[in-house]
Design a protein around this ligand. Sequence first.
Ligand code: SF4
Length: 379
Amino acid sequence: MKYVDEFRDGELAKTIAANIAREVCPDRSYRLMEFCGGHTHAISRYGIADLLPANVQMIHGPGCPVCVLPIGRIDQAIRLAQAHGVILCTYADTLRVPASGNLSLMRAKARGADVRMVYSTQDALKVARDNPGREVVFLAIGFETTTPPTAVAVKQAAAEGLSNFSILCNHVLTPAAMHAILAVEGLGAGNTVPLDGFVGPAHVSTVIGSKPYEPFADDYHKPVVIAGFEPLDVMQAILMLVRQVNDDRAEIENEFSRAVTREGNLKAQAIMAEVFGLRESFEWRGLGSIPFSALKLKPEYAEFDAELKFELEDVPVRDNKACECGAILRGEKRPRDCKIFGTVCTPENPIGSCMVSSEGACAAYYSYGRFKDIAMMAA
Ligand code: SF4
């Protein structure tokens, strides 16, 4: 298959691994953060970490949409479905994210709330059209990749006069989160992890382009290599980062040039800018409150804003004490550092959000790396 098989070629992987091994300086470390959960999944699934020298360390970032959604925002959605009697529509992974009171949207559904899984915003619009006597809320989550379809749905609802449709907006912004990680790193506060560079997101970058990453090179002297999600993409990006670090360069390079340009998808950016404005601050799981890191509907579309329509309060909620998702999302810990990883917390019974989605670090480790971890601990 074109554009898949050739990016999974084992012989080529060995060649790139050999190049990485030859080019790394043995007397220094390379701490590289893959921002995106899709890359975390690829690294675990294809055993990429096993092909890297010991001094090249991949640090998992916060780029998993359901992982960074704090409990308080899931609680809001559950309140909408239970107390306000709305039909709550959202994507599958979001249904299983643990919330307060041992609830999730899935468990709320089991208790009678009208919660429905949809594949797209168009499905949610159809539910609204089919149920004119009911309020229908789409729980919108995700980074810049999933934002344009939400914007299209809001515009369509406005054009059709679909007054029983609204969205609970939790769309977040990748560059803002990267700024937050680097700003804290610069302060040297807490347990922050020093980074030597980023593997930049694939799908997000098809929308925003490579331009928004330029300040990370200019202001923080951190190289970014945007990479596709196939194993050879990731390995090639790691090699490109190693070369930049060796040369003390900080540039934005684009390994995923088959899909990403510097300017990105201008049409998608325009529709996002038309429908959404910036929130002054937004609470991220693990990263805390980050200024201008999330989107809300512009006043022209306020009638489709479920937070205003139902006067929802945003109540912050602490994570489960046993769960290390916060530290994992900051790159400070790994799934095996969590005492309940793979025992109490499994994909069938997730205690934290990182075990829910295949993009979550804990789910990726559980699916592809837990036996190795257990063997290492026993050794
Ligand atoms: S294993 Fe479960 S409880 Fe532990 S950090 Fe991961 S999601 Fe949280």
